[in-house]
Ligand binder design. Sequence first.
Ligand SMILES: Cc1cc2nc3c(=O)[nH]c(=O)nc-3n(C[C@H](O)[C@H](O)[C@H](O)COP(=O)(O)OP(=O)(O)OC[C@H]3O[C@@H](n4cnc5c(N)ncnc54)[C@H](O)[C@@H]3O)c2cc1C
Length: 401
Amino acid sequence: MHKESNHYDVIVIGVGGMGSAAVYQLARRGRRVLGLERYDIPHEIGSSHGHTRIIRLAYYEHPSYVHLLRRAYELWREIQQHVGEQLLHITGSIDAGPPGSWVFEGSWRSCREHDLPHQVLTGAEMRRRFPAYHLPHDTLAVLQPEGGFLLPERCIVQYVMAAQALGAEIHGREKALGWEPYRGGVKVTTEYDIYYADKLVVTAGAWASKMVDVLDGLATPERQVLAWLQPSRPELFTPDRFPVFNLLVEEGRYYGFPAFGIPGFKFGRYHHLEEVVDPDDYDPEPNAEDERILREFASRYFPDGAGPTMALKGCMFTNTPDKHFIIDLHPDYPNVVIASPCSGHGFKFASVIGEIVADLAERGQTRHDIDLFRLARFKTRPKAQQLKTHTQAPEAIRPFW
Ligand SMILES: Cc1cc2nc3c(=O)[nH]c(=O)nc-3n(C[C@H](O)[C@H](O)[C@H](O)COP(=O)(O)OP(=O)(O)OC[C@H]3O[C@@H](n4cnc5c(N)ncnc54)[C@H](O)[C@@H]3O)c2cc1C
Protein backbone atom coordinates (compact mmCIF):
# COMPACT_ATOMS: atom_id res chain seq x y z
CA MET A 1 0.00 0.00 0.00
CA HIS A 2 1.30 3.48 -0.84
CA LYS A 3 1.84 5.56 2.27
CA GLU A 4 1.84 9.32 2.10
CA SER A 5 4.04 9.44 5.18
CA ASN A 6 4.27 7.67 8.48
CA HIS A 7 3.11 10.70 10.42
CA TYR A 8 -0.50 11.10 11.56
CA ASP A 9 -2.46 13.52 13.67
CA VAL A 10 -3.76 10.65 15.78
CA ILE A 11 -3.04 6.92 16.00
CA VAL A 12 -5.71 4.69 17.55
CA ILE A 13 -4.53 1.34 18.93
CA GLY A 14 -7.41 -1.15 18.90
CA VAL A 15 -10.22 -0.90 16.34
CA GLY A 16 -13.00 -2.69 18.21
CA GLY A 17 -16.13 -1.16 19.72
CA MET A 18 -14.54 2.04 21.03
CA GLY A 19 -11.70 2.38 18.52
CA SER A 20 -14.00 2.16 15.49
CA ALA A 21 -16.15 5.03 16.84
CA ALA A 22 -13.01 7.00 17.72
CA VAL A 23 -11.46 6.73 14.23
CA TYR A 24 -14.76 7.86 12.72
CA GLN A 25 -15.12 10.87 15.02
CA LEU A 26 -11.51 11.91 14.42
CA ALA A 27 -11.75 11.50 10.64
CA ARG A 28 -14.97 13.48 10.67
CA ARG A 29 -13.11 16.38 12.27
CA GLY A 30 -10.60 16.32 9.45
CA ARG A 31 -7.82 14.60 11.38
CA ARG A 32 -5.32 12.36 9.64
CA VAL A 33 -5.91 9.17 11.57
CA LEU A 34 -4.41 5.68 11.61
CA GLY A 35 -6.27 2.81 13.29
CA LEU A 36 -4.25 -0.28 14.17
CA GLU A 37 -6.05 -3.56 14.86
CA ARG A 38 -4.18 -6.74 15.72
CA TYR A 39 -6.94 -9.10 14.51
CA ASP A 40 -9.58 -8.96 11.76
CA ILE A 41 -12.15 -6.18 11.57
CA PRO A 42 -14.41 -7.26 13.17
CA HIS A 43 -13.32 -10.37 15.05
CA GLU A 44 -14.50 -12.73 17.82
CA ILE A 45 -11.49 -12.68 20.15
CA GLY A 46 -12.13 -9.50 22.17
CA SER A 47 -15.25 -7.99 23.76
CA SER A 48 -17.48 -6.78 20.92
CA HIS A 49 -18.87 -9.89 19.21
CA GLY A 50 -21.97 -12.03 19.58
CA HIS A 51 -24.50 -10.19 17.34
CA THR A 52 -26.25 -8.08 20.00
CA ARG A 53 -25.49 -5.70 22.90
CA ILE A 54 -28.07 -4.18 25.22
CA ILE A 55 -28.64 -0.45 25.20
CA ARG A 56 -30.90 1.08 27.85
CA LEU A 57 -31.59 4.52 29.29
CA ALA A 58 -32.54 3.33 32.78
CA TYR A 59 -29.18 2.82 34.45
CA TYR A 60 -28.89 1.08 37.79
CA GLU A 61 -25.07 1.23 37.71
CA HIS A 62 -25.26 5.00 38.38
CA PRO A 63 -27.82 7.62 37.36
CA SER A 64 -25.12 9.91 35.97
CA TYR A 65 -24.65 7.58 32.97
CA VAL A 66 -28.04 8.73 31.66
CA HIS A 67 -26.69 12.03 30.26
CA LEU A 68 -24.13 10.13 28.24
CA LEU A 69 -26.73 7.64 27.11
CA ARG A 70 -28.95 10.34 25.66
CA ARG A 71 -26.04 11.48 23.50
CA ALA A 72 -25.11 7.86 22.71
CA TYR A 73 -28.63 7.23 21.36
CA GLU A 74 -28.42 10.40 19.26
CA LEU A 75 -25.09 9.36 17.77
CA TRP A 76 -26.22 5.77 17.08
CA ARG A 77 -29.22 7.14 15.22
CA GLU A 78 -27.00 9.56 13.36
CA ILE A 79 -24.55 6.90 12.14
CA GLN A 80 -27.29 4.45 11.17
CA GLN A 81 -28.97 7.15 9.12
CA HIS A 82 -25.65 8.15 7.57
CA VAL A 83 -24.80 4.58 6.49
CA GLY A 84 -28.36 3.47 5.72
CA GLU A 85 -28.36 0.36 7.91
CA GLN A 86 -30.37 -0.33 11.06
CA LEU A 87 -27.90 -0.78 13.93
CA LEU A 88 -30.27 -0.01 16.84
CA HIS A 89 -33.37 -2.11 17.60
CA ILE A 90 -35.85 -0.90 20.22
CA THR A 91 -37.54 -3.60 22.32
CA GLY A 92 -37.93 -1.92 25.72
CA SER A 93 -35.72 -2.92 28.63
CA ILE A 94 -36.43 -4.73 31.88
CA ASP A 95 -34.32 -4.23 35.02
CA ALA A 96 -35.67 -6.65 37.60
CA GLY A 97 -34.84 -8.14 40.97
CA PRO A 98 -36.22 -8.62 44.46
CA PRO A 99 -37.74 -5.52 46.14
CA GLY A 100 -34.90 -3.37 47.51
CA SER A 101 -32.30 -4.96 45.23
CA TRP A 102 -29.70 -2.69 43.63
CA VAL A 103 -30.74 -3.60 40.07
CA PHE A 104 -34.40 -2.71 40.57
CA GLU A 105 -33.87 0.24 42.95
CA GLY A 106 -30.99 1.72 40.96
CA SER A 107 -32.88 1.51 37.69
CA TRP A 108 -36.05 2.98 39.21
CA ARG A 109 -34.05 5.80 40.78
CA SER A 110 -32.39 6.67 37.47
CA CYS A 111 -35.85 6.82 35.82
CA ARG A 112 -37.21 9.14 38.52
CA GLU A 113 -34.13 11.37 38.61
CA HIS A 114 -34.03 11.79 34.85
CA ASP A 115 -37.75 11.79 34.24
CA LEU A 116 -37.61 8.74 32.00
CA PRO A 117 -40.89 7.15 30.94
CA HIS A 118 -41.19 3.84 32.77
CA GLN A 119 -43.50 1.38 34.46
CA VAL A 120 -42.96 -0.77 37.52
CA LEU A 121 -44.30 -4.31 37.12
CA THR A 122 -44.49 -7.28 39.50
CA GLY A 123 -43.37 -10.79 38.52
CA ALA A 124 -47.01 -11.75 37.86
CA GLU A 125 -47.63 -8.65 35.73
CA MET A 126 -44.47 -9.38 33.77
CA ARG A 127 -45.74 -12.88 33.04
CA ARG A 128 -49.06 -11.59 31.73
CA ARG A 129 -47.44 -8.91 29.59
CA PHE A 130 -44.37 -10.86 28.38
CA PRO A 131 -45.24 -14.57 28.70
CA ALA A 132 -41.66 -15.79 28.12
CA TYR A 133 -40.65 -14.35 31.53
CA HIS A 134 -41.28 -16.68 34.50
CA LEU A 135 -39.95 -14.51 37.31
CA PRO A 136 -40.43 -15.09 41.07
CA HIS A 137 -43.66 -13.51 42.33
CA ASP A 138 -41.88 -11.05 44.60
CA THR A 139 -39.85 -9.66 41.66
CA LEU A 140 -40.14 -5.97 40.84
CA ALA A 141 -39.24 -4.84 37.34
CA VAL A 142 -38.66 -1.47 35.71
CA LEU A 143 -39.87 -1.44 32.10
CA GLN A 144 -38.28 1.41 30.13
CA PRO A 145 -39.61 1.67 26.59
CA GLU A 146 -36.46 3.05 24.93
CA GLY A 147 -34.24 0.04 25.78
CA GLY A 148 -33.17 -2.32 23.04
CA PHE A 149 -30.09 -3.72 21.40
CA LEU A 150 -27.29 -2.76 19.03
CA LEU A 151 -25.55 -4.98 16.48
CA PRO A 152 -21.92 -4.68 17.61
CA GLU A 153 -20.11 -6.23 14.65
CA ARG A 154 -22.17 -4.15 12.22
CA CYS A 155 -21.55 -0.98 14.28
CA ILE A 156 -17.80 -1.60 14.03
CA VAL A 157 -17.94 -2.31 10.30
CA GLN A 158 -20.05 0.76 9.59
CA TYR A 159 -17.93 3.10 11.72
CA VAL A 160 -14.78 1.81 10.02
CA MET A 161 -16.22 2.17 6.52
CA ALA A 162 -17.54 5.66 7.31
CA ALA A 163 -14.10 6.61 8.68
CA GLN A 164 -12.38 5.20 5.59
CA ALA A 165 -14.70 7.20 3.37
CA LEU A 166 -13.44 10.29 5.19
CA GLY A 167 -9.81 9.33 4.59
CA ALA A 168 -8.92 7.35 7.73
CA GLU A 169 -6.30 4.63 7.27
CA ILE A 170 -7.12 1.40 9.10
CA HIS A 171 -4.79 -1.59 9.27
CA GLY A 172 -6.23 -4.95 10.33
CA ARG A 173 -3.91 -7.76 11.44
CA GLU A 174 -1.20 -5.33 12.50
CA LYS A 175 -0.37 -5.58 16.18
CA ALA A 176 1.08 -2.56 17.96
CA LEU A 177 4.08 -3.78 19.94
CA GLY A 178 4.50 -0.60 21.96
CA TRP A 179 4.61 3.18 21.98
CA GLU A 180 6.90 5.82 23.41
CA PRO A 181 6.94 9.59 23.70
CA TYR A 182 8.81 11.10 20.76
CA ARG A 183 9.57 14.79 20.06
CA GLY A 184 6.41 16.05 21.74
CA GLY A 185 4.28 13.34 20.13
CA VAL A 186 4.38 9.55 20.07
CA LYS A 187 6.14 6.82 18.17
CA VAL A 188 4.26 3.53 17.72
CA THR A 189 6.08 0.35 16.74
CA THR A 190 4.09 -2.45 15.17
CA GLU A 191 4.97 -5.89 13.84
CA TYR A 192 5.58 -4.32 10.43
CA ASP A 193 6.43 -0.64 10.73
CA ILE A 194 7.03 2.45 12.83
CA TYR A 195 4.50 5.30 12.87
CA TYR A 196 4.50 8.76 14.42
CA ALA A 197 1.63 10.93 15.62
CA ASP A 198 0.88 14.05 17.61
CA LYS A 199 -1.65 12.14 19.71
CA LEU A 200 -2.28 8.53 20.66
CA VAL A 201 -5.56 6.88 21.64
CA VAL A 202 -5.43 3.47 23.33
CA THR A 203 -8.71 1.56 22.98
CA ALA A 204 -7.18 -1.90 23.30
CA GLY A 205 -9.99 -3.51 25.35
CA ALA A 206 -8.81 -6.56 27.27
CA TRP A 207 -5.21 -5.82 26.19
CA ALA A 208 -5.30 -2.24 27.49
CA SER A 209 -3.03 -2.85 30.49
CA LYS A 210 -0.44 -4.42 28.16
CA MET A 211 -0.35 -1.16 26.21
CA VAL A 212 -0.55 1.31 29.12
CA ASP A 213 1.29 0.50 32.33
CA VAL A 214 -0.84 2.79 34.53
CA LEU A 215 -3.75 0.41 33.88
CA ASP A 216 -1.91 -2.48 35.48
CA GLY A 217 -4.29 -3.92 38.11
CA LEU A 218 -7.04 -1.48 37.07
CA ALA A 219 -8.27 -3.09 33.82
CA THR A 220 -8.58 -6.80 34.48
CA PRO A 221 -9.78 -9.18 31.75
CA GLU A 222 -12.37 -11.76 32.78
CA ARG A 223 -13.70 -14.71 30.77
CA GLN A 224 -17.43 -14.66 29.93
CA VAL A 225 -19.75 -17.10 28.15
CA LEU A 226 -22.86 -16.37 26.11
CA ALA A 227 -25.57 -18.95 25.30
CA TRP A 228 -28.25 -19.18 22.62
CA LEU A 229 -30.99 -21.79 23.17
CA GLN A 230 -33.76 -22.73 20.79
CA PRO A 231 -37.14 -21.61 22.17
CA SER A 232 -39.95 -24.18 22.17
CA ARG A 233 -42.29 -21.19 21.68
CA PRO A 234 -40.30 -18.92 19.34
CA GLU A 235 -43.22 -16.50 19.03
CA LEU A 236 -42.55 -15.39 22.64
CA PHE A 237 -38.90 -14.50 21.94
CA THR A 238 -39.26 -12.11 19.02
CA PRO A 239 -37.97 -8.51 19.40
CA ASP A 240 -41.54 -7.13 19.47
CA ARG A 241 -42.60 -9.41 22.37
CA PHE A 242 -39.41 -9.79 24.36
CA PRO A 243 -37.71 -6.76 25.96
CA VAL A 244 -33.99 -7.08 26.70
CA PHE A 245 -33.35 -7.69 30.39
CA ASN A 246 -31.04 -7.32 33.35
CA LEU A 247 -32.22 -9.68 36.04
CA LEU A 248 -31.00 -10.28 39.57
CA VAL A 249 -32.01 -13.70 40.95
CA GLU A 250 -30.56 -15.93 43.64
CA GLU A 251 -28.19 -17.58 41.12
CA GLY A 252 -26.67 -14.24 40.07
CA ARG A 253 -27.18 -11.30 37.75
CA TYR A 254 -28.12 -12.19 34.18
CA TYR A 255 -28.84 -10.32 30.96
CA GLY A 256 -30.71 -11.45 27.88
CA PHE A 257 -32.11 -10.69 24.44
CA PRO A 258 -34.81 -11.81 22.03
CA ALA A 259 -33.76 -14.21 19.27
CA PHE A 260 -31.80 -12.27 16.67
CA GLY A 261 -28.89 -13.22 14.41
CA ILE A 262 -28.69 -16.79 15.74
CA PRO A 263 -31.81 -18.98 16.02
CA GLY A 264 -31.97 -18.82 19.79
CA PHE A 265 -32.84 -16.90 22.95
CA LYS A 266 -29.56 -15.26 23.99
CA PHE A 267 -28.40 -14.65 27.56
CA GLY A 268 -25.40 -14.67 29.87
CA ARG A 269 -24.44 -14.31 33.52
CA TYR A 270 -22.48 -11.22 34.57
CA HIS A 271 -18.98 -12.21 35.68
CA HIS A 272 -19.83 -15.79 34.73
CA LEU A 273 -17.37 -17.86 36.85
CA GLU A 274 -15.25 -14.85 37.89
CA GLU A 275 -12.25 -16.17 35.96
CA VAL A 276 -9.55 -13.53 35.64
CA VAL A 277 -7.56 -14.31 32.49
CA ASP A 278 -4.58 -13.26 30.42
CA PRO A 279 -6.14 -12.41 27.03
CA ASP A 280 -3.13 -13.92 25.26
CA ASP A 281 -3.20 -17.15 27.23
CA TYR A 282 -6.59 -18.62 28.10
CA ASP A 283 -9.18 -20.95 26.65
CA PRO A 284 -12.27 -18.96 25.61
CA GLU A 285 -13.98 -22.09 24.25
CA PRO A 286 -17.15 -22.77 26.28
CA ASN A 287 -17.27 -26.14 28.05
CA ALA A 288 -19.91 -28.46 29.53
CA GLU A 289 -19.89 -26.70 32.93
CA ASP A 290 -20.50 -23.30 31.30
CA GLU A 291 -23.40 -24.78 29.37
CA ARG A 292 -24.89 -26.50 32.42
CA ILE A 293 -24.93 -23.29 34.49
CA LEU A 294 -26.53 -21.26 31.73
CA ARG A 295 -29.09 -23.92 30.82
CA GLU A 296 -30.22 -24.16 34.47
CA PHE A 297 -30.97 -20.44 34.51
CA ALA A 298 -33.03 -20.63 31.33
CA SER A 299 -34.97 -23.70 32.50
CA ARG A 300 -35.99 -21.94 35.68
CA TYR A 301 -36.82 -18.41 34.49
CA PHE A 302 -37.44 -18.80 30.73
CA PRO A 303 -38.63 -22.42 30.35
CA ASP A 304 -40.05 -21.80 26.87
CA GLY A 305 -36.59 -20.65 25.79
CA ALA A 306 -34.61 -23.61 27.14
CA GLY A 307 -34.58 -25.95 24.12
CA PRO A 308 -31.52 -27.39 22.38
CA THR A 309 -28.34 -25.33 22.51
CA MET A 310 -27.82 -23.37 19.30
CA ALA A 311 -24.54 -21.64 20.13
CA LEU A 312 -22.12 -20.85 22.94
CA LYS A 313 -19.44 -18.18 22.68
CA GLY A 314 -16.62 -16.99 24.89
CA CYS A 315 -15.95 -13.27 25.32
CA MET A 316 -14.03 -10.99 27.72
CA PHE A 317 -15.02 -8.27 30.14
CA THR A 318 -12.28 -5.84 31.18
CA ASN A 319 -13.18 -4.90 34.75
CA THR A 320 -12.14 -1.89 36.77
CA PRO A 321 -12.23 -2.22 40.57
CA ASP A 322 -15.42 -0.12 40.89
CA LYS A 323 -16.92 -1.33 37.59
CA HIS A 324 -17.06 2.20 36.18
CA PHE A 325 -15.10 3.01 33.03
CA ILE A 326 -11.66 4.53 32.69
CA ILE A 327 -11.60 7.42 30.20
CA ASP A 328 -8.83 9.93 30.76
CA LEU A 329 -5.55 11.37 29.62
CA HIS A 330 -2.43 9.43 30.59
CA PRO A 331 -1.25 10.98 33.88
CA ASP A 332 2.36 11.34 32.63
CA TYR A 333 1.77 11.86 28.89
CA PRO A 334 -1.22 14.15 28.24
CA ASN A 335 -1.11 13.52 24.51
CA VAL A 336 -2.12 9.91 25.17
CA VAL A 337 -5.85 9.20 25.67
CA ILE A 338 -6.89 6.02 27.45
CA ALA A 339 -10.38 4.58 27.05
CA SER A 340 -11.16 1.32 28.80
CA PRO A 341 -14.92 1.36 29.00
CA CYS A 342 -16.09 -2.15 29.63
CA SER A 343 -16.74 -3.80 33.00
CA GLY A 344 -19.46 -5.62 31.10
CA HIS A 345 -21.54 -2.57 30.15
CA GLY A 346 -19.56 -0.39 27.74
CA PHE A 347 -20.72 -1.12 24.20
CA LYS A 348 -23.90 0.98 24.31
CA PHE A 349 -21.67 4.01 25.01
CA ALA A 350 -19.24 3.41 22.12
CA SER A 351 -20.81 6.11 19.94
CA VAL A 352 -20.45 8.82 22.60
CA ILE A 353 -17.09 7.51 23.80
CA GLY A 354 -15.80 7.95 20.24
CA GLU A 355 -16.83 11.59 20.56
CA ILE A 356 -15.27 11.98 24.02
CA VAL A 357 -12.02 10.37 22.92
CA ALA A 358 -11.84 12.65 19.88
CA ASP A 359 -12.42 15.68 22.17
CA LEU A 360 -9.67 14.55 24.53
CA ALA A 361 -7.25 13.88 21.67
CA GLU A 362 -7.96 17.26 20.07
CA ARG A 363 -8.28 19.54 23.08
CA GLY A 364 -7.38 17.58 26.20
CA GLN A 365 -10.93 18.13 27.48
CA THR A 366 -14.55 17.36 26.66
CA ARG A 367 -17.93 18.96 27.32
CA HIS A 368 -19.17 15.60 28.60
CA ASP A 369 -19.01 14.90 32.32
CA ILE A 370 -16.41 12.14 32.70
CA ASP A 371 -15.52 12.71 36.37
CA LEU A 372 -16.79 9.22 37.21
CA PHE A 373 -14.21 7.76 34.81
CA ARG A 374 -11.05 9.61 35.82
CA LEU A 375 -8.00 7.57 36.75
CA ALA A 376 -7.30 9.66 39.85
CA ARG A 377 -10.24 8.03 41.65
CA PHE A 378 -7.99 5.01 42.20
CA LYS A 379 -5.61 6.35 44.81
CA THR A 380 -3.76 3.08 45.16
CA ARG A 381 -3.64 0.51 42.43
CA PRO A 382 -5.13 -2.78 43.55
CA LYS A 383 -3.39 -5.82 42.11
CA ALA A 384 -6.41 -8.06 41.69
CA GLN A 385 -10.12 -7.53 41.96
CA GLN A 386 -12.88 -9.89 42.90
CA LEU A 387 -16.61 -9.77 43.31
CA LYS A 388 -17.73 -11.43 46.51
CA THR A 389 -20.95 -12.89 45.16
CA HIS A 390 -22.83 -12.74 41.91
CA THR A 391 -25.83 -11.07 43.48
CA GLN A 392 -24.21 -8.15 45.29
CA ALA A 393 -23.40 -4.84 43.71
CA PRO A 394 -19.65 -4.26 43.59
CA GLU A 395 -18.59 -2.47 46.82
CA ALA A 396 -17.73 0.78 45.12
CA ILE A 397 -21.01 0.99 43.22
CA ARG A 398 -23.33 0.16 46.13
CA PRO A 399 -23.11 3.39 48.17
CA PHE A 400 -24.78 5.36 45.38
CA TRP A 401 -28.23 4.03 46.31
C1 LIG B 1 -20.28 -11.38 26.90
C2 LIG B 1 -20.36 -9.88 26.91
C3 LIG B 1 -21.60 -9.26 26.95
C4 LIG B 1 -21.69 -7.88 26.99
N1 LIG B 1 -22.92 -7.31 26.96
C5 LIG B 1 -23.02 -5.94 26.88
C6 LIG B 1 -24.28 -5.34 26.65
O1 LIG B 1 -25.29 -6.03 26.51
N2 LIG B 1 -24.32 -3.99 26.55
C7 LIG B 1 -23.21 -3.20 26.67
O2 LIG B 1 -23.33 -1.98 26.59
N3 LIG B 1 -21.99 -3.76 26.85
C8 LIG B 1 -21.87 -5.10 26.94
N4 LIG B 1 -20.65 -5.70 27.10
C9 LIG B 1 -19.47 -4.84 27.21
C10 LIG B 1 -19.04 -4.33 25.86
O3 LIG B 1 -19.19 -5.32 24.90
C11 LIG B 1 -17.63 -3.80 25.97
O4 LIG B 1 -17.64 -2.73 26.91
C12 LIG B 1 -17.10 -3.30 24.67
O5 LIG B 1 -17.31 -4.23 23.63
C13 LIG B 1 -15.61 -3.00 24.81
O6 LIG B 1 -15.14 -2.44 23.62
P1 LIG B 1 -13.59 -2.16 23.45
O7 LIG B 1 -13.43 -1.36 22.23
O8 LIG B 1 -13.04 -1.64 24.74
O9 LIG B 1 -12.95 -3.63 23.28
P2 LIG B 1 -12.84 -4.47 21.92
O10 LIG B 1 -14.03 -4.29 21.09
O11 LIG B 1 -12.41 -5.83 22.30
O12 LIG B 1 -11.67 -3.72 21.16
C14 LIG B 1 -10.34 -3.70 21.58
C15 LIG B 1 -9.54 -3.97 20.34
O13 LIG B 1 -8.17 -3.68 20.57
C16 LIG B 1 -7.44 -4.59 19.79
N5 LIG B 1 -6.07 -4.61 20.28
C17 LIG B 1 -5.65 -4.95 21.51
N6 LIG B 1 -4.31 -4.85 21.61
C18 LIG B 1 -3.87 -4.41 20.40
C19 LIG B 1 -2.59 -4.14 19.88
N7 LIG B 1 -1.48 -4.28 20.63
N8 LIG B 1 -2.47 -3.71 18.60
C20 LIG B 1 -3.58 -3.55 17.83
N9 LIG B 1 -4.85 -3.83 18.28
C21 LIG B 1 -4.99 -4.25 19.55
C22 LIG B 1 -8.20 -5.89 20.01
O14 LIG B 1 -7.88 -6.87 19.06
C23 LIG B 1 -9.62 -5.42 19.92
O15 LIG B 1 -10.15 -5.50 18.62
C24 LIG B 1 -20.52 -7.08 27.05
C25 LIG B 1 -19.27 -7.70 27.00
C26 LIG B 1 -19.18 -9.08 26.92
C27 LIG B 1 -17.83 -9.73 26.85
